[in-house]
Design a protein around this ligand. Structure first.
Ligand code: COA
Ligand code: AMP
Length: 635
């Protein structure tokens, strides 16, 4: 049996033993004696009697082991023209002080802290400082607008908000203070304080209720790490679901630390002293797991990049960072490579840099199209490893395990189920789909450590959203099939979630904004193929009877409304006015059928359709030649 097969089998046959063994990579203040608590199934808890502190595991223990002078965070910010190298000893000091500052503002164990920050090292400091004192952080991506921020403030009810004065996009300074002020105006919950990091690119006047980061830290006593139970939440990360209301994915403390440490060795082949770069954002799960927690827990050097793959200053930014910092492995989203390929198809910029240090390119967050897979492999000359996972799971479900047992990579597939994940393909009745045929990708419970134990404050919503469709399984929301080599091919979402430039969005949330326009009678938002961003949201709107409006004016108003209410990250630009939307005879809009058409999938038209002519019209809109390449086809 191969190393992979043996590990996979053992993880399913003896999950308790497998994960207790993996737990040895973590320093516990109280060693766990058992791994899985299923007494409240289907809500499972890992390492229920273990106690630990994640910031201790990410910082103190490395300093104690003599690696205090090693660089922990290497910040490279072409948009500000700066770099910073922060050693483990320095990061520990900054985290302990900021943790002390948070305590002085009344933040304690279990309290929430909402973090709304760009890609600056202080975002990592704030996250680890929360972990240090047992507070629960909730990081919100900077591309979301005030209304989205307000929804998260109301759900998480933070004691403190931590923000920076600005983010920096290549074309503009993103002012955070007006966004925070607007969010606090919209939210019913009011935090006690807002801590503001002043960036020199845009300093702001702070009013009542605001605390300057530097002042707070200068007056703070360093805080020691507190021991928390393994099942205590480390963070809440909101993600888009089917409805407009975001889901607060909870991450526990112990299972998360164990799973991430295991993944760094087995999947990414990264250990102490290695330089690892995840080009994503701390506001996404990829950033939480693989910019912040995993590399620091294993004592690696994590590169934090504030910039874009192209235009900061050219299409060679990624290669420059790899060469300059001797990056061993890069993890990013395929869209970043598509952006580079579009500007520099021959990768001419590469010739300026020596990237011989790079051993592997990891890609995730959206489907990896075969062209990008081939291009990256040919240009970089390293294995291109697609892997598939989600905010909910926290770490990869399906991957090519470079540290445990490297396998051949193949275009169109993220390879094989990772130990711990019992991945099944189910038909609509919940029966195993015939071999080689596609169906819903589901995971047999219990999920391994590191996966979400529940949704914040709402066990029932967790059960209803993920565990009710198929008894005994977690529903991923993706469709796919296993090929003849046992490799999983992910075909796309089966729900109203879309993926725009690696950013996960809810079509339901965008529909909510369109529907609020006075001229709109009804609407549907469908993800359509886009060469660069993978998918883009297309708004199909039906006007109210008697309304006369210039479609260009309507489009501009709707685009502005989505940008105002959801944020620039929605990248919403495409609106088509249609006569009618396809519906069943009982009046249900056929979103699934429209999605299948947009994805290029052949899905039977429901027998209950009200008017097939309407569907034919919509088919033409969805399959305009420029949208012809179906995203669901993996070949
Ligand atoms: N704060 C404020 N605005 C932001 C933002 C942020 N943190 N991030 C993006 N935006 C804005 C952009 O400026 C852009 O605004 P515009 O409409 O005025 O041009 C808009 O949101 C859309 O951004 P995006 O679709 O991300 O395009 P981009 O050209 O800015 O960046 C990529 C392209 C490929 C670099 C970027 O999409 C990316 O890094 N994607 C990967 C996401 C990811 O890491 N996912 C996790 C899996 S690895
Ligand atoms: P997020 O929660 O933002 O990480 O988005 C998760 C979703 O992105 C998944 O459910 C998939 O639909 C999609 N996704 C992530 N990685 C991949 C991948 N490697 N291949 C195909 N789709 C992916």
């Amino acid at each position: 049996m191969s190393g992979y097969a043996a590990a996979y089998q053992r993880s399913l046959d003896d999950p308790e033993g497998f994960w207790l063994e993996a737990a040895r990579a973590i320093d516990w203040t109280r060693e766990p004696t058992c791994s899985l608590d299923g007494s409240n199934a289907p809500i499972y808890r890992w390492f229920p009697d273990g106690e630990l502190n994640t910031s201790y595991n990410a910082l103190d223990r490395h300093v104690e082991q003599g690696r205090g002078d090693q660089v922990a965070v290497l910040w490279d910010s072409p948009v500000t023209g700066s770099q910073r190298r922060i050693t483990y000893a320095e990061l520990l000091d900054q985290v302990a002080r900021f943790a002390g500052g948070l305590s002085s503002l009344g933040v304690g164990h279990g309290d929430r802290v909402l973090i709304y920050m760009p890609m600056v090292p202080e975002a990592i400091v704030a996250m680890l400082a929360c972990a240090r004192i047992g507070a629960v952080h909730s990081v919100v991506f900077g591309g979301f607008a005030a209304k989205e921020l307000a929804a998260r403030i109301d759900d998480a009810q933070p004691t403190v908000v931590v923000a920076a004065s600005c983010g920096i996009e290549p074309s503009r300074i993103v002012e955070y203070l007006p966004m925070v002020e607007e969010a606090l105006r919209l939210s019913s919950h009011q935090p006690k304080h807002t801590v503001m990091l002043q960036r020199e690119q845009h300093r702001v006047e702070l009013g009542e209720g605001y605390v300057d980061w530097d002042v707070l830290v200068s007056q703070a006593e360093p805080a020691a790490p507190v021991s928390v139970t393994a099942t205590d939440p480390l963070y809440i990360l909101y993600t888009s679901g089917t409805t407009g209301r975001p889901k607060g994915v909870v991450r526990d403390t112990g299972g998360h630390a164990v799973a991430l440490a295991w993944s760094m060795a087995a999947i990414y082949d990264i250990g102490p002293g290695d330089v690892w770069w995840t080009a994503s954002d701390v506001g996404w799960v990829v950033g939480h797991s693989y910019i912040v927690y995993a590399p620091l827990i294993v004592g690696a050097t994590t590169v934090m990049f504030e910039g874009k793959p192209v235009g900061t200053p050219d299409a060679g930014a990624f290669w420059r960072v790899i060469a300059e910092h001797r990056v061993k492995a890069l993890f990013t989203a395929p869209t970043a490579l598509r952006a580079i390929k579009r500007v520099d198809p021959d990768a001419a910029e590469l010739s300026k840099y020596d990237i011989s240090c790079l051993q592997t390119l990891f890609l995730a967050g959206e489907r990896l199209d075969p062209e990008t897979y081939e291009w990256a492999g040919a240009k970089l000359g390293v294995p291109v490893v697609d892997h598939w996972w989600q905010t909910e799971t926290g770490w990869p479900i399906v991957a090519n395990l470079r540290g445990l047992d490297p396998m051949p990579t193949k275009a169109g597939s993220a390879s094989v189920p990772v130990p711990g994940w019992d991945v099944r393909i189910l038909d609509p009745q919940g029966e195993p789909a015939p071999e080689g045929e596609d169906g819903s990708i589901a995971i047999k419970l219990p999920l391994p450590p590191g996966a979400l134990p529940t949704l914040w404050g709402d066990d029932q919503r967790y059960i209803d959203s993920y565990l009710s469709r198929f008894d005994g399984y977690y529903l991923t929301g993706d469709a796919g099939f296993f090929d003849e080599d046992g490799y999983l091919r992910v075909m796309g979402r089966t729900d109203d979630v879309i993926n725009v430039a690696g950013h996960r969005l809810s079509t339901g949330a965008i529909e909510g904004v369109l529907a609020a326009h006075p001229a709109v009678a009804e609407c549907a938002v469908i993800g359509v193929h886009d060469e660069l961003k993978g998918q883009l949201a297309l708004g199909l709107v039906v006007l109210k009877a008697g309304v006369v409006i210039d479609p260009a004016v309507l489009r501009d108003e709707l685009v502005a409304a989505v940008r105002r209410d959801i944020g620039p990250v929605a990248a919403f630009r495409d609106v088509t006015v249609v006569e009618a939307l396809p519906k069943t005879r009982s009046g249900k809009i056929l979103r699934g059928t429209m999605r299948a058409i947009a994805d290029g999938r052949d899905e039977p038209v429901p027998a209950t359709i009200e008017d097939t002519a309407v569907l034919d019209d919509i088919r033409e809109v969805l399959r305009r030649p420029d949208r012809a390449a179906g995203i669901g086809s993996n070949n």
